[in-house]
Design a protein around this ligand. Sequence first.
Ligand code: DGY
Length: 417
Amino acid sequence: MTATLDAQARAILTGNDRGGYTVPTEGLYPYQWNWDSAFAAWGFSTFDVDRAWVELETLFKAQWSDGMVPHIVFWKVDPGYFPGPDVWQGGTDPASSGISQPPVVATLAREILAADPAAGVSRIAALYPKLVAWHRWWHEHRCASGVASVTHPWESGRDNCPDWDPGMRNVDGSGAGSYTRRDTGHVDASMRPKKEDYDRYLAMVAFGRNCGWDQAEIIKNGPFLMADPAMTFILIRAHRDLAAIGRELGQDVAEIEGWAAALVDGLPQIWNERLGCYDARDLRTGEFANILGSGAFLVWLLGAVDPAVEARLVAVWDRVKYGIPSADPAAETFDPRRYWRGPMWPFLNALIAMGMVKTGKTALAERLRKENAAVMRAHGFSEYYDPMDGTPCGGPNFTWTAAVWLTWAGRNAEGGS
Ligand code: DGY
């Protein structure tokens, strides 16, 4: 059974391979997405390490001159996706979007390196300066407040999660005009963000496009700026992983360690006492989102977690049957099949488990792995799942779900498959 699922997962990766980059799923997402690609590479590393490195190398071919690595690279225009390169006008070659996405590459590159250190050393050495430039971009353009922020919900990768509700309320989407969404032609509209969300997403894109993606202007006057615990935890962990890579390569990593330390110092800004957890916060108004979601669960990436916080997180997890949900089922906004407003996303669960393992929480990590494996065994490799009954949601044959089956969910506690 596991061997069959392994073969199916590998077939999804190779089937979604478009030659040097992998699409998340056919139809719904026809381009190269930033953090999807990092997970694809991790998946490829279980059976084709060279192809894993190629995935990352292709992504970095789209790096902007200021170091930013875009969230979508439009390698080959596909009218089945909206908004495309004409809307973004990223102004680069290859065409790309104008925002980034959570920088998980350094963390997953370490895993890929571990799969075959001899094959990986020259590949990571070539990527290293590009990774440093990207991490410096995050430090300079998204972390000036002390914590990592996002200028668009799409930059967080957790598009319509309730974390962004306070910031979204202040975005004026009334000028969006008429447009045709393509996502709802591929997937049931009840599983996707709503029209009022899309109107605002497009208003934020228009602001960036109209100022030529001037980062200082976007931070100062853009329609949306929220501190993101998930981005902060991912970035701290990624800075530490990049520093570890740099040390192996004989580089001076003091600057990178300084970026990580500065973010650790800023953590009190996103501590929500009322919630008893780290929480997203609108940097324009100071308002907390007051919602416990998957972002807060990534806290294990930092290191040992306070027992009271752990108990709070596990209590939320206990409310569902399959994996850690993207939002608290006890919240009024919980919607178990609507994208990031409740569903369980295996790739994010894999990242949470990585933190748990590193901090010695092996029983929790094993519970999480088993719940994810159960839903994949029952329903295959979907984009996300209803955490209550396991119903597969979103796009089918999904790259990062297949990838984390191969690297994590489909492997037993001893590491075998
Ligand atoms: C989408 O199109 O839904 C993506 O999440 C944007 O990156």
